[in-house]
Write a protein that binds this ligand. Sequence first.
Ligand SMILES: [Zn+2]
Length: 248
Amino acid sequence: MPQSNLHLQRVFSDAFRQLDRGHRRFRLDIGDIEVKFYPYAGLHHTIRVRAGRVYVRLSDLLQTAPPEVLRALAFLLVARLLSRKTPRDQERIYRSYVFSPQVLRASDIARRQRGRKVISTANGQVYDLERIFSRLNRRYFAGEIEKPVLTWSKRRARSILGHHDAAHDTITISKALDSREVPEWFVEYILFHEMLHIKHPARIINGRRYYHTAAFRAEEQRFGRYRKAQEWLDRVVRQGRELRARAA
Ligand SMILES: [Zn+2]
């Protein structure tokens, strides 16, 4: 591996120092950052925070990328984690590399050979679920919800706006919400509800499964615009519009 892990830890630590300046949202030592390459099916990378440690997984397709590309990627990921704007020059460096013919071809081959479902549908036409997830995770869960597979539904489901599938560790959000007509806080609310399903697993009482326990409902009200979200659901339902009020 051309990039030593320590080198990558430094690169990420540097990105945090520059992007988190003044705010000090994270106090990180180099040892608090773990960077690993992972054989994702495509060019996919993740970054998450858990108990004060940062875990980064980079597509192994970038294992041989030049140092400046990995540095640019570090800025992209850290900016996403902090909900900051990505520095333009870094974005350009990263994009021009990953959209080069060799990398596109390598990613194509990996996708076919690894034969897995590509997790690229988290980024919708309007909203990026990964970004919203990170923000909610930080704001409401101290970063402690393990990131599931996040995906927009293939079809514009109208009856169920969100769904958490524990067996497949997947949250699916109806594509009907990936629209400019839907306010971002409403998408946040639906995703927040599904994240609570991860935190509060279903309880089985007398052979029946209870998903929305009292603890679940109490915590759901911590959502900043909880009332507004409920009103919005009600109004939409009353108007008989296509979005229906159910987050399963
Ligand atoms: Zn639910």
